[in-house]
Design a protein around this ligand. Sequence first.
Ligand code: G3H
Ligand code: 13P
Ligand code: NA
Ligand code: ZN
Length: 312
Amino acid sequence: GLSNTKEMFEKANKEGYSVPAFNFNNLEQIQGIIEACVETGSPVILQVSKGARNYIGKEMVPFLAQAAVAYARSKGSDIPVALHLDHGPDFETCKDCVEYGFSSVMIDGSHHAYEENIEESKKVAEFAHKHDVTVEAELGVLAGVEDDVVADAHIYTQPDEVEDFVKRTGVDSLAIAIGTSHGAHKFKPGDNPKIRLDILEEIEKRIPGFPIVLHGSSSVPKQFVDLMKQYGGEIADAIGIPDEQLRLASKSAVAKINVDTDGRLAFTAGIREALAKNPKEFDPRKYLEPGKNYMKEFYKEKIKTVFGSEGA
Ligand code: G3H
Ligand code: 13P
Ligand code: NA
Ligand code: ZN
């Protein structure tokens, strides 16, 4: 069955890697993710946003995740697999996901004032823990778009707050804002694409060993941006988080790294290319599979060379 994230994070932080948390919206994306993780022997967190959950259908989501586990076991793989709610907007959504069989949820109270964020995160943790479900909360605000919440600038997580926050909420992991952001446009051309690893270091001193989560961590590979453009897509110069910084983060108390945009780009690039090269084709398998394969190969590479979770 599905696993919560407790042991995954303990092992990741003891051994100095991070667990990949990949978002999915459909069957082909979940195939790409689970095949990549089975073939590399990596633990994995399958995550859906509230929007993705509505798109797929509430009833379908847990069965898709269970199907991914069944696929892994059929290949003789015993990798742990979690089903996680990404950016849970409120207690009710988190509760619903727990009741639908998720093994982990995020309550994103980062847009609330500090005390309200504590109150809501604590409420979710108390409920979820009764069902053996782990909880991620967030302190600080990422620039960019998170579902409906738009922030103009980063509000970095304050190291002075983290110890009080995790103690009072009882959550199992903490998402922090250190300069990553959601989507394909994290930095502007000419920017120095650096995240604040110094703040991460300060945070680690306050809550040693506590599992930290990085959102907005796509690297936005040039090869997929170029394929998008080559085959009729439109995308402005997009700059993501350099692999080297994610590698350093993985060795630290960062136990979970969220990637969605890279998978979307790989998937869409593969579909665009296949459709452009085979204009007579209308069998969905013929153009969706190349998208799946780009996503899968990219995630395998990322697991091996950046997250360090291969064979963990
Ligand atoms: O952080 C957000 C994730 O990338 C999911 O995005 O709300 O468009 O599904 P979404
Ligand atoms: P990216 O947009 O960088 O892939 O971030 C995804 C994310 O944080 C999902 O919660
Ligand atoms: Na780590
Ligand atoms: Zn996120």
